[in-house]
Design a protein around this ligand. Structure first.
Ligand code: ATP
Ligand code: MN
Ligand code: MN
Length: 301
């Protein structure tokens, strides 16, 4: 087992009141990273993650025994997370309502980590009005074996096409294989309109360049191509949130980057939870300061 060297000085982490149990439990066996280290990551990252995570319905990827053991996706509040994790009743298709999880502070974030959460996924809308999207995400999913350079080129092209219709976008390394192109929105349009827009946009690209892109979820259609996953943009769908740790080998995190930086990055796993100091420093840098924010709405179509 890998022994992680302790930093000379204990890093200062923002205050939270959550007691993390089993700090020595290994969560990332390949890296020898423990639950305590993951909790320290989230505590130190709370100020940069909460602007994206707070006050929107979230789904959790929980792996209580570590990422290599059983993990599960949890979207409903089971009532077992304590007072810092809240729930919002959301109407289901059948007219009933279900309690969805949300958090609004570092205590809520750490309470989820205490319960074995590694990943945080969020709706593209806030609990204050779940029907109105405050972002679109184009999740670029490359076929197996495709070079990351191809993904970058695709992301750049989406950026250009979005700019042509007046929309500013930002890239995020997923921490897995792809890049998410994030388009912030003034929460005005409701999900049917947003989904329709995202689908037409993805289909227009795949029809223009069918050898590069597909807008079809089916894996057989993806051979050598990139799937432009527009389905993140429908009511109830989630996307992984900025600065979330991934439950994958390497302990990579979903990392916002600038378009300029992206040109020199050659993997979607460029940052890991061990890069916490860099991530915090970067997020306060001038280049990343405005990442993911813009006063813009979908064009009328
Ligand atoms: P990668 O870059 O490797 O594709 P990703 O986070 O984009 O990483 P995807 O498989 O493309 O992974 O999934 C996109 C999003 O769909 C996820 O971020 C997640 O929010 C959602 N998702 C994935 N799997 C599930 C699931 N089993 N249940 C609910 N939502 C899921
Ligand atoms: Mn993806
Ligand atoms: Mn996807």
């Amino acid at each position: 087992q890998v022994v992680i060297e302790q930093a000379a000085a204990t890093p200062e982490v923002p205050a939270h009141d959550i007691r993390i149990t089993s700090r020595d439990r290994v969560i990332y066996p390949g890296e020898g990273l423990t639950k305590g280290q993951l909790a320290d990551y989230y505590a130190a990252a709370s100020a940069i993650i909460l602007p994206w995570l707070a006050n929107r319905p979230v789904s959790l990827v929980r792996c209580p025994q570590g990422r290599a053991k059983q993990c599960f996706f949890q979207k409903h509040d089971a009532g077992s997370f304590g007072d810092h994790v809240h729930h919002v009743e959301i109407r289901e298709k059948d007219g009933s309502t279900e309690p969805y999880l949300y958090i609004d502070d570092a205590n809520g974030l750490l309470a989820c980590v205490q319960m074995g959460t590694i990943e945080f996924h969020g709706w593209g809308s806030l609990v204050s009005d779940v029907e109105k999207a405050d972002r679109m995400v184009f999740d670029l999913d490359p076929d197996e074996g495709l070079d990351f350079g191809v993904v970058k080129k695709a992301a750049e092209d989406l950026k250009q096409h979005l700019a042509e219709i007046g929309l500013t976008s930002w890239p995020m390394l997923s921490g897995g294989k792809g890049v998410h192109v994030v388009v912030p929105l003034i929460p005005r349009a409701e999900w049917p309109a947003v989904r329709s827009f995202a689908e037409r946009f993805a289909r227009a690209l795949s029809e223009a360049e069918p050898e590069r892109f597909t807008a079809n979820l089916k894996k057989v259609q993806r051979k050598g191509k990139i799937f432009i996953d527009y389905l993140r943009n429908q009511r109830g769908a989630t996307a992984v949130l900025p600065y979330t740790a991934r439950a994958r080998e390497g302990a990579a995190v979903a990392a916002p980057v600038t378009w300029t930086e992206l040109r020199d990055i050659d993997t979607a796993q460029a940052f890991s939870i061990r890069d916490i100091d860099t991530l915090v420093e970067r997020s306060n840098s001038r280049a990343l300061a405005g990442w993911g924010t813009a006063d813009q709405a979908l064009p009328d179509v």
